[in-house]
Ligand binder design. Structure first.
Ligand code: HXC
Length: 291
């Protein structure tokens, strides 16, 4: 697959977009496409060196429209500071993409309460901090706003071995749906994307360390038998923050090649039944015998 951008090149002109955790991974890919579509983009992260590297690459798309801010999403003061600096730089902020995440794979009983806190604080509290800071600003300024939260399919199924992340992402999804209704009167839309496996250097080396990548072939869990391409996610994200999706509010769009439903469908294991056996079943049925 070699997916290309799908939206007109001026789709995000006049939009200022804040992407938390935009210095790497999916946040970086989304930011790059937002820039290509004319958006002004602010990326945040904890590591200034990483942000600087990202800005160098993103400047090749548009060096006037990219700005970085180093801060910690866990601190409300950091969310307020990026808002202040973003407004100083670009005059306003229209869109918030809550993308920053932290995660590790571990049996839950091995986790300390501090480990649990670390993930909840980054994922849930980080999203709350930025949503609250931006939401108050939009409401005070009487301007429309758009929130896009990056969650995951285990926000609603739950998942063993990533329990802090599952709890936090479930909270972010609840916030997405709650504010979609409560803040609609202020013309603030709130949506989410639930990506399946989209390989990124950072997340995959942490979540599938050592030879686990070979041991657990993710593509086998996916009906489409492949992982996602970053541009596919970027296309969806750009659409959801654009005016083309102006009537979409409170939605979570899954983009996982059918992965989570494969595990959910009662008879999906029939995928393993070979053609010859189906032929036999059919022959029995047609002969009037039961099988
Ligand atoms: C168990 C761990 C741990 C690990 C840290 N801790 N890593 N426990 N397993 N792998 C514990 C520490 O021992 C400590 O507890 C507590 O957590 C806090 O640790 P710190 O190192 O101080 O935390 P911090 O610096 O805040 O960073 C932790 C982190 C970090 C957020 C997990 O590793 C990180 O920044 N990761 C990168 C981001 C990331 O993982 N992105 C991928 C997200 S993908 P004690 O008790 O010892 O003090 C995603 C979606 C997946 O979320 C969906 C796939 C389909």
């Amino acid at each position: 697959m070699n997916v290309s951008g799908m939206l007109p090149s001026d789709t995000l002109t006049n939009k200022v977009i804040l992407v938390t955790g935009g210095g790497s991974g999916l946040g970086f890919s989304m930011s790059k496409y937002f820039l290509e579509l004319g958006g002004k983009v602010i990326i945040t992260g904890r590591n200034q060196t990483k942000l600087d590297k990202a800005v160098t690459v993103l400047s090749e798309v548009n060096n006037k429209n990219i700005y970085s801010f180093s801060g910690d999403v866990r601190e409300f003061a950091s969310a307020e500071e990026v808002l202040k600096k973003g407004i100083k730089k670009f005059g306003k902020i229209d869109v918030l993409v809550n993308n920053a995440a932290g995660n590790f794979v571990s049996p839950t009983e091995r986790l300390s309460h501090r480990a649990f806190d670390a993930i909840i604080d980054i994922v849930l509290k980080g999203s709350v901090n930025h949503t609250l800071a931006l939401g108050k600003y939009w409401i005070e300024q009487k301007m429309p706003g758009i929130i896009l939260n990056i969650v995951t399919t285990y926000s609603w199924t739950g998942s063993g071995y990533v329990v802090p992340s599952a709890c936090a992402k479930a909270g972010v999804l609840a916030m997405t749906r709650s504010l979609a209704v409560e803040w609609a009167k202020y013309d603030i839309r709130s949506n989410a994307i639930a990506p399946g496996p989209f390989p990124t250097e950072g997340a995959w080396s942490r979540l599938l360390p050592g030879d686990l990548k070979e041991k657990f072939d993710m593509t086998k869990k996916i009906p489409l038998r492949r992982v996602g391409e970053h541009q596919e996610l970027a296309n969806l994200a750009a659409y959801l923050i654009s005016d083309f999706s102006g009537f979409i509010n409170g939605e979570v769009v899954t983009i996982d090649g059918g992965e989570w439903l494969q595990g959910a469908g009662e008879f999906n294991m029939f995928e393993q039944v070979p053609k010859e056996l189906w032929d036999q079943f059919e022959a029995f049925r047609k002969s009037g015998k039961t099988n």
